[in-house]
Design a protein around this ligand. Structure first.
Ligand SMILES: NC(=O)c1ccc[n+]([C@@H]2O[C@H](COP(=O)([O-])OP(=O)(O)OC[C@H]3O[C@@H](n4cnc5c(N)ncnc54)[C@H](OP(=O)(O)O)[C@@H]3O)[C@@H](O)[C@H]2O)c1
Length: 318
């Protein structure tokens, strides 16, 4: 296969004799597609087309890809050496099959998708016509605004390529190198994630980042219900320190009533939450039980105190 290699030694360098600056097509101008397209343009690639139908996507394209023609997906793919598919996960298999069926993909193109949970097997129909498949998932939350361009340069990007080609993730085939080179060009850090690890990798990130948002949202509402003013200012330093401690020191840095074995306080919490926010109670119980497990495992909570906390959490009438 002759594929264009991004980031090869300077302008014009390539494997297979073609220029390293890639004609790039972005299928979508979604939160990720618009940002990735703009970042690839900043890295020197030429964005030759993007697709956008909804008003939101058209607005993002106007802001982040101002001179890029908006075209139907098949035309975007036909113009491009690098085709970026940044669409919802459930749309991806049908889109790939459609692009192959319409002859819009050809041997030698690089096709990259941005889904976290999927590896390159979803690109199999395209691989069969000779494209080089890569999965590039930025471990970042994007809202599709210009500030995301800066965020992209601070994040890691999970790279997955075809394990069937010569070289395993450890040894490295062409797809792995191409994916990593693209990520480095964006100013981000590539991290190899094997195909079979993608669902669990993505579940971990979702559990951390998305559920953190839910937790913080619930926490703000509880503070507001309690009548505390300036809840965001109050929470910011506390949550910032908790995140920093968790990443730096792990479970040894746990604080709070569960890690101290303060079962009476846990009971009081369940009483007031049952009154003020019953829908939060199941999540509080589950997370407190997980906290007790972790605190016990870290040696912070002796077994008898862990037992007292679990008893309080299991009491039905709270
Ligand atoms: N947002 C994040 O923080 C984030 C981070 C990392 C990775 N990702 C991944 O990136 C992918 C896209 O997520 P997103 O958040 O950018 O989604 P999004 O903002 O909802 O954008 C989805 C885009 O896909 C387009 N689209 C939908 N159906 C299509 C179809 N059948 N054919 C062509 N285009 C279609 C939409 O176009 P119209 O609006 O014109 O319909 C829209 O531009 C997902 O796989 C997601 O897991 C997201």
């Amino acid at each position: 296969m002759s594929a264009v290699v991004p980031g090869a030694a300077g302008e014009g360098a390539s494997l297979g004799g073609r220029p390293a600056r890639l004609a790039t097509g972005v299928i979508s101008a979604g939160r990720v597609g618009a940002v990735l397209g703009a970042a690839l343009a900043q890295a020197g690639h030429i964005v030759v087309g993007a697709s956008a139908v909804s008003a939101a996507s058209r607005r993002r394209a106007e802001e982040l890809l101002p001179d890029v023609p908006l075209l139907p997906p098949d035309q975007v793919a036909q113009r491009a050496d690098l085709v970026v598919l940044a669409v919802p996960d459930d749309v991806l298999p049908g889109l790939v099959r459609g692009l192959v069926a319409t002859g819009s993909l050809r041997a030698g193109q690089i096709v990259a998708h941005t889904s976290g949970a999927l590896g390159v097997s979803v690109l199999r129909p395209a691989t069969e016509v000779g494209v080089l498949p890569v999965a590039l998932h930025p471990a970042m939350t994007f809202t599709g605004r210009a500030e995301d361009l800066q965020r992209l340069t601070t994040c890691s990007v999970a790279v997955t390529a075809d394990a069937d080609e010569p070289g395993t993730p450890a040894a490295g085939g062409m797809g792995w190198h191409v994916g990593e080179a693209l990520v480095v060009e964006l100013g981000a850090e590539p991290v190899r994630v094997p195909e079979e690890a993608r669902p669990l990798y993505h579940a971990a990130l979702t559990h951390g980042a998305n559920h953190l948002m839910t937790l913080v949202g619930d926490c703000l509402e509880l503070l507001e219900s309690s009548g505390v003013r300036e809840s965001r200012r109050l929470l910011g330093p506390l949550l910032g320190a908790a995140l920093d401690n968790a990443l730096r020191h792990g479970d040894r840095a746990l604080t709070g009533p569960v890690s101290r074995g303060d079962a009476g306080t846990v009971r009081r919490h369940l009483d007031v939450l049952s009154e003020a926010a019953p829908r939060v109670v199941p999540a509080y119980r589950l997370l407190a039980a997980r906290t007790a497990d972790r605190a016990e495992r870290a040696g912070l909570l002796p077994p008898h105190a862990a037992h007292d906390v679990r008893t309080a959490l299991d009491e039905e009438d709270r």
